[in-house]
Design a protein around this ligand. Structure first.
Ligand code: HEM
Ligand code: HEM
Length: 215
């Protein structure tokens, strides 16, 4: 590996990310035509509903395949999303100054995911489960459920749609456009970032990997 670069995301996780992205964006737009009454005419011949179900299968199966390939890594990743400390509070306090005014001083050193990225990862897991449970019940259980239960399922499916859709816009902005996140894209495209970027953006993680390399 190029000595000036460190690996942030390995190939399997990058493949999962991009497969999941295609599935999610497809689900988002085929869901949108059901959500917005004025777009209902697009769902009339049911093609969008069929596509929604095909994308849903990919959305559910892709992470399950990853789980069978790297169970330990997946468990470690999930633990990361659910482990929060005082440092995360420090990051949340310092984040507006950092992202709006470029003030790096107050930012506590971060792990391989910063607090904001961890929060997105947390939302992806929690709402991924909500999408899957409510969606599968709407798909296969509709006939057996009361009208009120169906309304509740649609309500929670819609909550997940609104929250994760809004957060996705922020995720894409921070990952692709924000002037401070200069190597975010290459982290997910090639898997690698410069040592300097790792040191300044993920100081705690960089210290850990530098130590394990030395020993
Ligand atoms: C995880 C797997 C998913 C499954 C199994 C699933 C399944 C379904 C089903 C069966 C419906 C009812 C469609 C119909 O009436 O024909 C539906 C509606 C919908 N889905 Fe999904 N879905 C999933 C994920 C997603 C995701 C990730 C999004 C958005 C990002 C999404 C957005 C929507 C929306 C907005 C609706 C319309 C709800 C309404 O009528 O207000 N779904 N989904
Ligand atoms: C729509 C286009 C998308 C783009 C352009 C995009 C871009 C990126 C980039 C550049 C990173 C690396 C960030 C870094 O390490 O500095 C990343 C990470 C990540 N992405 Fe995406 N992504 C997209 C969609 C999605 C979707 C749909 C999901 C989930 C369903 C998702 C989940 C994640 C997660 C959990 C991470 C790791 C945590 C984080 O960095 O926020 N992404 N993405």
């Amino acid at each position: 590996m190029n000595q000036d670069k460190v690996e942030k995301y390995r190939a399997p996780i990058r493949i999962l990310h991009w497969v999941h992205t295609v599935a999610f964006v497809t689900l988002f737009f085929t869901g949108l035509v059901l959500f917005v009454p004025q777009l209902g005419f697009l769902a009339q011949d049911s093609w969008t509903r069929v596509i929604h179900r095909i994308a849903a299968v990919v959305f559910i199966i892709a992470p399950l395949i990853y789980l069978t390939l790297d169970f330990k890594g997946a468990v470690r990743g999930v633990k990361m999303a659910f482990t929060w400390s005082g440092e995360d509070l420090g990051w949340l306090k310092a984040a507006p100054g950092y992202y709006f005014f470029g003030n790096e001083k107050g930012m506590p050193p971060q792990g391989s995911l910063n607090t904001g990225q961890k929060l997105w990862w947390f939302i992806v897991i929690v709402f991924g489960v909500v999408f899957a449970i409510t969606g599968l019940l709407l798909w296969f259980g509709r006939a057996a459920l009361s009208a009120q239960a169906v309304l509740w399922l649609i309500f929670w499916h819609d909550v997940a749609f609104i929250v994760s859709g809004a957060m996705l816009l922020l995720h894409v902005y921070l990952g692709v456009l924000h002037p401070m996140m200069t190597e975010s894209w290459s982290a997910m495209a090639s898997g690698k970032i410069s040592r300097e970027y790792a040191r300044t953006h993920h100081g705690k993680w960089y210290a850990e990997i530098s130590k394990s390399r030395e020993s």
